[in-house]
Design a protein around this ligand. Sequence first.
Ligand code: KIV
Length: 271
Amino acid sequence: MSLHKQVRKVTTHVLNAMKLRGEKIAMLTAYDYTLAGILDKAKIDAILVGDSASNVMSGHETTIPITLNEMIYHASAVVRAVSRALVIVDLPFGTYQGNSKEALFSAIRIMKETGAHAVKMEGGREILESVERILSAGIPVMGHLGLMPQSIHKFGTYIVRATDENEAKKLLEDAQILENAGCFGIVLEKVPASLAKKVAKERKIPIIGIGAGPDVDGQILVLHDMLGLTQEFSPRFLRRYHNLNQEILGSVSSYIEDVRSHDFPNKNEQY
Ligand code: KIV
């Protein structure tokens, strides 16, 4: 029987065992109690409280403005809804790049104040000291390579990363550095499928792709994008499973019409 059918609680060890058995890992983002509860009920393997909350929940253009306090708010709501999935929380920009002591302090706040199970950080060699210090405190760390939205002003664009030899070589090295340091997995965002396949083959830890093709150990999407709640974001890798934006618009328009026409509330909808 598949491992994901047997386990009552997904841990980082379960994700590693899934990779060993060749079982694909399904991940989505969530930022609130209600949607996180639905994902957990559907038996998603892991939930990322992504700093994409900065765009999706707060309307910022980038992930840079979101604060540690805001991430803690979102993560604690998600954790309250979840009994099975592994909950991973993004360390936001500016809370771990400066020095490893500050990084550890940020990660400890997330673990203590939210009850989440792990943190995720963007970067390779440059953030190694912070990664190691957090791991040494017993906090599981997931890496994030390829397109790293917290570095958007360095990249200048959201195009596919590591298409040239030098960047691809650095990415392969960074993946090895993160695995050697003790990270339990790596998110690989928007890189050529052939490179992602090589990373997943070379590494023992699960490689979770977003825009990284099919030959990785699992996939993650931003929930609001795959449900069609967000409309303006339409990269090639995104599969939309619904058009909730239109559905909600229709429902809200019907409600407004019902109120204005005195149809709502009717005799059965009052005391
Ligand atoms: O913040 C986020 O949602 C992410 C995913 C895109 C992987 O990092």
